[in-house]
Design a binder for this molecule. Sequence first.
Ligand SMILES: O=C(O)c1ccccc1N[C@@H]1O[C@H](COP(=O)(O)O)[C@@H](O)[C@H]1O
Length: 223
Amino acid sequence: MTQLKICGLKPGDDLTFASHPVVTHTGIVFAPNSRRYVDPDRAADLARALAASSTVMGVFVDTPMDQVLDIARYVGLGGIQLHGKEGPEDCARAKAAGYEVWKALPAPRNAGHTAPFRQVLSSYTGVVDALLIDAPPPVNAAAGVTGGYGQPFDWTHLPALLAQPTEPLPPIWIAGGIRPDNVRRLFAHLHPAGVDVSSGVETEGRKSPEKILAMIEAVSPYA
Ligand SMILES: O=C(O)c1ccccc1N[C@@H]1O[C@H](COP(=O)(O)O)[C@@H](O)[C@H]1O
């Protein structure tokens, strides 16, 4: 059963997709350097419109936790998605405040780093609601850009990474350059708890209702 999150929504986007049952989560970005950043006042209106049918996640990168929780409360977020250097203690604090909590971690570039990466994943067991394995930053990433690169990573290592017979992991979501035309290839390697998409459902920097619909259709047989 794979769920779908559509992230990087902005005021003015067509939100009709959000009532589709496959779309369980939506996201608003609060990383100041992101071209998808939405200020909390405008985000509050957006979150109100989305919250009827999805869990609205706020995406943060190394924002002090007091500020994350203030924004989450003000905007009316349902969840907090942490993409920076936040560790299990930060996640536990967000969880204790009553939010669904996801920790995003960049996939190892090298298959040989699978075992240490799995140990990092395990350190969040019992702390977060989901782990989001995202693409590592591209070598040519623009200065200050901290996520939403639109580039997939090598999915072939995922089965080995997630099949080790040690302690159970939180539900695993996958992000990073997932598009309507490549998501089935991801499913050939892994049926994750969910897929989180942003760049892959955009045209010229704005969410595309056609691409979102194509993504919903691609994920629906696995949902
Ligand atoms: O979307 C952003 O601008 C962003 C900024 C900072 C951290 C995370 C961000 N987005 C998240 O990154 C992944 C992958 O996105 P993409 O599909 O490759 O564009 C996803 O979880 C977004 O929510």
